[in-house]
Design a protein. Structure first.
Length: 95
């Protein structure tokens, strides 16, 4: 059988955002900014930063993420959990 390599289209804006987050101090500044937002605002911002197609994300997925963010916000390790969630979003959503 013949295997055809399919092109992988990467969103350049997304790649640039991921690169900027790796600059020392930037990720911490983003976490501090997120700490002052409501769970809805946090999820909205994360999704808009993670993909140019946030409007394609099913409402039930957004609602589940908001619920998780709200529930987690009172935990002592909320900052770390937020960082893990953000990493998961940026590592799985490119276009």
């Amino acid at each position: 059988s013949i295997h055809v390599a399919l092109p992988i289209w990467l969103d350049l804006a997304m790649l640039a955002k991921r690169a900027v987050l790796r600059v020392p101090g930037v990720a911490g500044a983003v976490r501090r900014k997120l700490a002052g937002l409501t769970p809805e605002q946090v999820v909205d911002q994360q999704l808009r930063q993670a993909t140019p197609h946030a409007d394609r994300i099913p409402p039930e997925v957004v609602a589940a993420s908001v619920a998780e963010t709200r529930e987690r916000s009172g935990d002592p390790d909320a900052d770390r959990a937020q960082a893990v969630q953000w990493a998961g979003i940026t590592d799985t959503m490119e276009t």
